[in-house]
Design a protein around this ligand. Structure first.
Ligand code: TXA
Ligand code: MG
Length: 354
């Protein structure tokens, strides 16, 4: 066990002294959790193979699932990637800093462990002053997967990070809850047309406006587990976002969803289970059971994305046995929300018809 230091910092103008201490940990091969605009990341020097290896260990993450490498300057991409196409440059200009991760051919200065021996690399520039300051002061690109134990919901606050990783990492920079709440969109530029491997903070609709052609990998929209070979992103084959409770997602038109939710709540309660309901502002007052929570308004999918992971963790803290969750529309950030919910449910989905 190490002692994990907690530094409280301002999200806009972080105290440089604290950032410098954190950066020193990174330079010495240590592990520092830090906020980004999406979720908290667990950072290590991306060019230090030993540090990256300890990152996998701290998270109990399988070695075949490479983390994202975070940069604070556009030029850094040139050293990490073999060639940077005009299209890649255009996307960086449009979306960086921001929640878009680009998959490019890797360069040879990158250690194998950093990219799980793939010939590609995932890179992004986060839109968060604490993250950018930490990368800048460290003077190296920072490998950072989400700062949760493998398989758990991603952390949207420093509290979540400590719940999973206290004693396993050197420090956490606490700048309050993250703004977007779901991870970055992962876009593979090594295939033609480019493919979204993971929906996230940059909506698909925004990408469609910015690039000539872009496809969704079948896994992104899947409502059942697909064979692994369909998934170009290594992370897809591992268990994800799973709270301790079982999850079931009810999808369809709102009225029918509410009726089905009520039916399931009754069945689970009769079976002696402690039931949690994940509803929306428009519906929660109709449900009567052990723990009822709203993700936010159906007219604000960004708000729903912001609260999703926190609520999954809260249900665990309440000790519910099963979470019955409402599906939401798959437009805008709703696509990322539904991708996480369906995975959290292990694709245990009930479809209703009106
Ligand atoms: O918002 C985010 O992306 C957060 C913050 C901390 O930046 N990071 C994050 O990292 O979610 P992580 O490691 O939990 O997820 C990285 C995803 C995984 O699904 C992984 O499989 C995929 O990116 N990935 C990484 N390298 C890849 C590659 N070379 N080819 C395809 N997918 C890759
Ligand atoms: Mg993750």
């Amino acid at each position: 066990m190490k002692k994990t230091l907690v530094f409280t910092v301002d999200s806009q103008q972080p105290d440089l002294e604290k950032i410098k201490i954190a950066a020193k940990f990174i330079r010495k091969g240590g592990l520092v959790a830090f906020p980004t605009e999406t979720v908290y990341g667990l950072g290590a020097d991306a060019l230090n193979a030993k540090a990256v290896l300890s990152l996998f260990e701290a998270k109990s993450r399988p070695l075949d699932n490479p983390p994202i490498v975070h940069v604070c300057k556009f030029e850094d991409v040139n050293t990490l990637a073999e060639k940077v196409s005009e299209e890649a440059k255009r996307l960086m200009k449009t979306f960086w800093p921001g929640p878009l991760t680009l998959i490019l051919k890797r360069s040879h200065i990158v250690p194998d462990v950093t990219v799980a021996s793939l010939d590609t690399i995932a890179i992004r520039m986060p839109r968060h002053n604490v993250a950018l300051a930490l990368i800048g002061e460290s003077g190296c690109p920072i490998s950072a997967p989400s700062a949760n134990l493998a398989g758990k919901p991603s952390p949207t606050s420093a509290r979540h990070v400590l719940d999973d990783l206290d004693g396993r990492i050197d420090a956490v920079l606490d700048a309050g809850p993250t703004h977007i709440g779901v991870e970055s969109t992962v876009l593979d530029l090594t295939v033609d047309p480019p493919q979204v491997l993971r929906p996230g903070g940059t909506p698909y609709e925004d990408l469609l406006n910015a690039v000539r052609r872009v496809e969704l990998n079948p896994v992104v929209v899947a409502d059942r587990a697909l064979p692994v070979e369909k998934a170009r992103s290594p992370g897809v084959k591992h268990k994800h976002y799973a709270p301790n409770a079982d999850v079931v997602v009810v999808e369809g038109e709102v009225e029918a969803v509410m009726r089905k939710m009520e039916e399931l709540i009754r069945l689970y309660s009769e079976a002696g289970k402690k039931v949690g309901v994940l509803g929306t502002d428009e519906t929660v007052r109709h449900y009567r059971t052990d723990v009822v929570r709203s993700m936010g308004s159906r007219s604000d999918l960004a708000g729903i994305a912001r609260s999703l992971f926190r609520l999954l963790r809260e249900f665990d803290a309440e000790g519910v046995d099963v979470i019955v969750a409402e599906g939401v529309p798959t437009e805008g950030l709703g696509l990322a929300v539904m991708n996480r919910l369906r995975k959290a449910a292990g694709y245990n989905i009930v479809k209703t018809s009106a």
